[in-house]
Design a binder for this molecule. Structure first.
Ligand code: ACO
Length: 322
């Protein structure tokens, strides 16, 4: 059985914040942010606009794009590090807002790798025969957990949501089949203090703020991503030359370009949205994927590699034939 992506959708909050606007409140500049990260602007949720609100709009767009009715959905897997509340799961709120009263809904927490983790979980539900149609969502309001006085982190992130609809389809078991060919997940909790939030219900009873050792994260990201990308290709007997597209997690232009170079991919085959989205954590891959599907770059039958790395550390990759 193969999990085929039959629809995708996304949603970005209306408000766009440029680097120049940030430079009015913290000691930074458009030049510094653009040179080090590639980010020029990001979307920030309005007051009262919650992760579930963004997720719902992305989910509705994905269902409409795929021509899938809500009552066909068996499962919602939602990746987020910024849930509306500690519980219930944001996925359950989306389920209710969609008017879905059957099936199951839960959240997955792997920070920036969250969408790859959620996709992997959903794929395994389909392969195990426990679900036929699954909504996989990545949604974040990272603006709520940023320390807006810390220039080393607040310039990097944005808010948004993206979603895909997976559907079970029979396959021949070859890399020519449409659908998810394989997923590859990793974590190494020894590095939990290089990228984390300094709060939480069990530790401080506060929400906390993002803290990061940027250079350390950068070094690990480049190495781990190269490894997992190689693992995904080898597992399918493929080489970088077989790839049509790389849709990476959008954290930093330099990390993305480094992975693209290692794969010897033409830069025009690497989907880049970090310039206008910033790092939207679990939302970044489905946002980028959706942009490239909607504007006609990614075509049916093409081979797409998704990869991400995030706090934990967590990292992973997925190979998908569209
Ligand atoms: N504006 C101006 N100056 C700044 C800013 C800013 N926004 N932020 C930091 N600086 C200063 C620092 O204070 C430092 O000044 P100093 O030399 O006087 O001490 C100087 O710039 C250099 O700081 P570095 O941290 O060495 O800068 P670096 O080149 O490493 O770039 C960055 C920082 C962009 C965070 C980079 O390390 C990076 O991209 N790391 C990856 C982290 C990441 O992407 N995390 C996202 C989550 S994980 C993931 O998604 C992969």
């Amino acid at each position: 059985m193969r999990s085929v992506i039959v629809g995708c959708g996304s949603y970005l909050p209306a408000r766009i914040v440029t680097n120049d606007e940030l430079a009015r409140t913290v000691d930074t500049s458009d030049e510094w942010i653009t040179q080090r990260t590639g980010i020029r602007s990001r979307h920030i949720a309005a007051e009262g606009e919650k992760t579930s609100d963004l997720a719902l709009k992305a989910a509705q767009a994905a269902l409409a794009h795929g021509g899938v009715a809500v009552d066909e959905v068996d499962l919602i897997v939602l990746a987020t590090a910024t849930p509306d509340q500690t519980f219930p799961a944001t996925a359950a709120k989306v389920q209710a807002a969609l008017g879905m009263t059957r099936g199951a809904a839960f959240d997955v927490q792997a920070v920036c790798s969250g969408f790859i983790y959620a996709l992997s979980v959903a794929d395994n539900f389909i392969k195990a025969g426990q679900a036929r149609t699954v909504l996989v969502i990545g949604a974040e309001t990272f603006s709520r957990i940023l320390d807006w006085t810390d220039r080393t982190t607040c310039v990097l992130f944005g808010d948004g949501a993206g979603a895909v609809v997976l559907r079970a389809e029979e396959g021949q078991g070859t890399s020519e089949d449409r659908g998810i060919l394989s997923t590859h997940l990793h974590s190494d909790g020894r590095h939990h203090d290089l990228l984390y939030v300094d709060g939480g219900p069990s530790s401080t009873q506060t929400v906390g703020h993002v803290r990061m050792a940027g250079q350390e994260v950068f070094k690990h990201a480049v190495v781990n991503l190269a490894e997992v990308v190689g693992e995904a290709l080898a597992a399918n007997g493929l080489t970088p030359g077989d790839l049509d597209w790389l849709v990476p997690h959008q954290a930093n232009r330099r990390i993305i370009e480094s992975t693209g170079r290692k794969l010897k991919l033409d830069p025009s085959r690497v989907v880049m949205t970090v310039d206008h989205h910033g790092n939207t954590s679990a939302a970044s891959i489905p946002l980028a994927l959706c942009e490239a599907v909607t504007d006609g770059r990614i075509q049916r039958g093409e081979l797409v590699l998704l990869e991400a790395m995030g706090g934990g550390f967590t990292w992973g990759a997925a190979l998908v034939r569209f």
